[in-house]
Design a binder for this molecule. Structure first.
Ligand code: SAH
Ligand code: SF4
Length: 389
């Protein structure tokens, strides 16, 4: 479905405080109206009809400009006894992305997307299989958080009540949905700034985690923002030999270069960088990888989060057995690294982070040729044979 976007349409979540002031001034309204509009937007209200303290004429004008950017909730699946909600949001041009809300007793974490699809081609990742569709704008990134926040404030998403023990606002944001945040630096940086703005959404930088496969120039850009945002590196392989295939961007930014960027980031922000490791049975769970990972984690002073691979349509690999998982974790720990096995929220609803949109995008069975080739190279490496051409 494609809808023509009106040329004068405005996404209110692409504006900072000054942008909102400029918009209100355009309508010849006094500046205190900008503060009123801003505080509605920050609370997740973008429907001017609900902005009861604004004059009716202004509300009508705003609605005309805002309506086209409002995404449509086209699917909602619930898992973990109502504690995980996967939302499929579709924008006016027809592109759909996923946002996952994970509820804990004192925490509400939103996992957000930064791109429709992803160009990185990691062969174990559902998003990677589907390829790149387009960049999200900063407003579209922010929107995912405010949609979740508004739901928490109201206690429901659509007709679905949220559990009683759910917090009433978003406490954490993780850039771990579809896409590579540091392949969309402008939207990532602008959305982080919006979420952090002390006069706005006011989320502490520490509660924001940006996850990357290791785009070094992007890490440097994030560092220049000067906020102690938590950086998570999706490592998945601890030798260039394996990582070149499992995380293909490694061929452009190999481990040594990544390590230098991580150290700089850590020193500049005073924040420990965490390591994500998607554990795949018989692919990256051997002793050599465990030993190298342990060494890297020690050098980086990083905590390691191990995520057992979620089976994904079209990917031939499987999750590790309980024995493989236990052995791998124990061995990394023996090397002196801190390790946690991350819960895999939302498995029963296809809603785990990194699994986003799998059932939709892969419904047609299409896989990115580069991801298929990368998977073949990993298998060939493991078996000591040549990849199929
Ligand atoms: N592109 C960024 C941000 C997305 S995060 C990145 O890769 O870091 C997506 C997370 O989900 C990553 O840590 C990724 O490794 C993980 N993931 C991807 N596919 C997965 C799968 N099949 N099972 C479990 N985790 C997966
Ligand atoms: Fe993209 Fe991250 Fe998936 Fe790799 S793991 S394909 S970078 S979303």
């Amino acid at each position: 479905m494609t809808t023509d976007v009106q040329p004068d349409a405005i996404d209110p979540y692409s504006l900072d405080h000054e942008g909102v002031a400029a918009l209100v001034a355009e309508f010849g309204e006094p500046s205190y109206r900008a503060d009123q509009l801003w505080s509605w937007l920050v609370r997740g209200v973008d429907d001017p009809a609900e902005m009861t303290n604004l004059p009716k004429a202004l509300r009508a004008q705003l609605e005309e400009r805002f309506a086209p950017s409002r995404p449509e909730l086209i699917a909602h699946s619930v898992a973990d006894d109502g504690h995980t909600h996967k939302l499929l949001l579709r924008f006016a041009d027809g592109e759909a992305i996923e946002t996952v809300l994970m509820l804990y007793p004192r925490r509400a974490t939103v996992c957000i997307s930064t791109q429709a699809g992803c160009a990185m081609g990691c062969p174990f990742c559902a998003t990677g299989q589907a390829g790149f569709r387009r960049q999200l704008t900063a407003g579209e990134v922010v929107r995912q958080v405010v949609v979740a926040d508004a739901a928490l404030r109201s206690g429901a998403i659509g007709d679905e009540d949220l559990p009683d023990d759910a917090p009433d606002h978003v406490t954490n944001v993780v850039y771990m949905g579809m896409g590579e945040p540091l392949a969309n630096v402008p939207a990532t940086i602008q959305s982080v700034a919006w979420l952090h703005d002390p006069e706005g959404f006011n989320l502490s930088a520490r509660s924001i985690t940006v996850s990357t496969v290791g785009l070094v120039p992007g890490i440097q850009k994030l560092q220049e923002l000067g906020l102690p945002v938590t950086l998570a590196v999706s490592l998945h392989a601890a030798t260039d030999e394996l990582r070149d295939h499992l995380v293909p961007i490694n061929r452009t930014h190999p481990l040594r270069e990544l390590e230098a960027a991580v150290r700089d980031y850590r020193d500049a922000t005073n924040r420990r960088v965490s390591i994500e490791w998607c554990l795949i049975g018989d692919v990256n769970d051997d002793d050599r990888q465990a030993d190298e990972l342990g060494r890297i984690a020690r050098r980086w002073r990083s905590h390691v989060n191990v995520i057992p691979m979620n089976p994904t349509p079209g990917v031939q690999w499987r999750e590790p057995t309980a024995e493989q998982l236990k052995r791998f974790v124990a061995r990394v720990r023996e090397r002196g690294a801190e390790v946690t096995v991350r819960d895999t929220r939302g498995r029963d609803a296809d809603a785990a982070c990194g699994q986003l949109l799998a059932s939709y995008a892969l419904g047609a069975g299409s896989r990115l040729p580069a991801a298929v080739a990368a998977a073949d190279r990993v298998d060939a490496l493991r078996e000591g044979t040549e990849p199929r051409s």
